[in-house]
Design a protein around this ligand. Sequence first.
Ligand SMILES: NC(=O)C1=CN([C@@H]2O[C@H](COP(=O)(O)OP(=O)(O)OC[C@H]3O[C@@H](n4cnc5c(N)ncnc54)[C@H](OP(=O)(O)O)[C@@H]3O)[C@@H](O)[C@H]2O)C=CC1
Ligand SMILES: O=C(O)CCC(=O)C(=O)O
Ligand SMILES: [Mg+2]
Length: 415
Amino acid sequence: MTSKVVVPAGAKITVQGNGLNVPNNPIIPFIEGDGIGSDITPAMIKVVDAAVEKAYNGSKKISWMEIYAGEKATKVYGQDVWLPDETLDLLKEYVVSIKGPLTTPIGGGIRSLNVALRQQLDLYICLRPVRYFEGVPSPVKQPELVDMVIFRENSEDIYAGVEWKAGTPEADKVINFLKTEMGVTKIRFDKDCGIGVKPVSKEGTQRLVKAAIEYAIANNRKSVTLVHKGNIMKFTEGAFKQWGYDVAREQYNGELIGEGPWMKIKNPKTGEDIVIKDCIADAFLQQILLRPAEYDVIATLNLNGDYMSDALAAQVGGIGIAPGANIGSTCAMFEATHGTAPKYTGLDKVNPGSIILSAEMMLRHMGWNEAADLVIRGMEGAIKGKRVTYDFARLMEGATEIKCSEFADEIISKM
Ligand SMILES: NC(=O)C1=CN([C@@H]2O[C@H](COP(=O)(O)OP(=O)(O)OC[C@H]3O[C@@H](n4cnc5c(N)ncnc54)[C@H](OP(=O)(O)O)[C@@H]3O)[C@@H](O)[C@H]2O)C=CC1
Ligand SMILES: O=C(O)CCC(=O)C(=O)O
Ligand SMILES: [Mg+2]
């Protein structure tokens, strides 16, 4: 197939040992995204370009390369092409990328493109930091106590989409196999019953927990909490917990605290202890409201992480400003954590903060910390100035509602 992508002048980011080799004019692929993608992605590009220009006076500049997925891909590549091979190839080849939200119609013919991208590129870490910006409206009394970094396993679990539709021969075959070959008697209604599988592996768990511990070490964090529902789903979520503790014990000389199972490991950089603990998922959802200061780095399974990242985002301003990244052993794809919010498409209304702060994470990943710092400074200034998008304006006293694009300009003016 002929290429549909225009490659701009610039150079590729490459992998060098455990790090990256980032040229001064890196080509960064971006997927605009469906729905509000066309509102927030241009706003993000404008903010990032301004931060890079201000930080490096023209000696560094990103060459943006548009690539396609979702509805835009079906227009560029053909009716049913939602995730072109060319897009996957370019994401691998260019190493660092950023995307807007992609649509997943409920019950439609296509499965999640987001999940497909994460699986096909083996981006096994979904990294979602949750922090408070002063002045952001929040439903809790002390939102400033929320400072957590979620490591959500990104390739396994019930979320991987191994499931069969009720009433199909495939679903009936699986149910029949479970009943006759596996002695399963617990399927309450075995007629017209959809069925799904929840794969959770030692390898998948341990690489995720190891990444969370490495992050805690590198960033001087105090604890890593394994969040699971292992009291009920013993061989999947329970195994996640156990394999997580095993990583701490076997790879970081973890020692039990008292009777255990909590452990402590030494941060080799600082000599300080890092506590490795666990919490059952439902209790965790109340703890983060009542005692958020007790939680720091979080390692959890795919579905739990999806729920928890939106719940935590709500405590510090909502998913409109919650950033994220999908990271593998070589590639990293940064993304807004919210969806396509279809009712706001093209209205220039929504908060571009989520994808802008995801780009801030991307700049830091590239080692462009000066530009990343400017994005944070701009965001803090814009929020303090109380000229904000509708989601903040409706909850903030004395705020003026401005458009998505105007909020981007506001951020730039406060850098
Ligand atoms: N990573 C991805 O690409 C994701 C894709 N999706 C997909 O997106 C589609 C829509 O999903 P849906 O469940 O409606 O979730 P959305 O995240 O798209 O929207 C839910 C609500 O969140 C608020 N919101 C979302 N984004 C913003 C923003 N930038 N600024 C301010 N508020 C925002 C709005 O709240 P209010 O109505 O209160 O204003 C919106 O109605 C589905 O197809 C879903 O699968 C979902 C999540 C992630
Ligand atoms: O893939 C989707 O449509 C939803 C993904 C999602 O909600 C998330 O990653 O937070
Ligand atoms: Mg989600």
